[in-house]
Ligand binder design. Sequence first.
Ligand code: ZN
Length: 235
Amino acid sequence: MPSWHCSGGSVSALFQYNYSITSKSTFPKLLNYPSKLIENAVEEISKLPGIGKKTALRMALHLLKRDEKQTLHLSEALTAMRTKTQYCRQCHNISDDTLCGICTNPKRDESVLCVVEDTRDVLAIENTSQFRGLYHVLGGIISPLEGVGPGDLNIDSLLNRIAEKQNTDAAIKEIILGLSPTMEGDTTAFYLTKRLKPLNVKITTIARGIPIGGDLEYADEITLGRSIVSRIVYE
Ligand code: ZN
């Protein structure tokens, strides 16, 4: 009698297992939407980062099921965000008006500018409540691999901003380079330093080193090395 059993389970179990794998891999092709309108919504939602077709369908069905007003409010909020927000004329941060709330705040110190890559960095620094100066958002970072050059960033407007205010009461005295400690960040910082030098303004960079609460022995060699080189006087 031939045995229908092999190691790991019976032939029928093996068949079911393979069948389920095949079904899953062909899921998107087999999915029949009950409505063209839902299919369109799923198509659009699945274009968002990290959202697959299955999650998009779950979201679409949730939006369909919940109170109509709530779904319309979401749609209106997204439309308003996309059509009405703009970039601050001075610092290029995202803003509801021509000038953003930070640039128009009279309590901010306009003699210090922190140069950052994008709006997320402004938010991160603002959340520390440690910086009272103004910002300049580059709108990206120099990255030859991704085809981003200095001409694609808000660098000329930074130089003009400093030059225009020179020898006035609102003169910019210090530029803080608040860029990530990556190869692209360092390239951008190097380029900016070269362009800023003729303007005779103090250039500083955010400190790099051991995180608060971090264990020295677990720090990587580059971070620890930089911390030793850039040591500060203990107060
Ligand atoms: Zn602004």
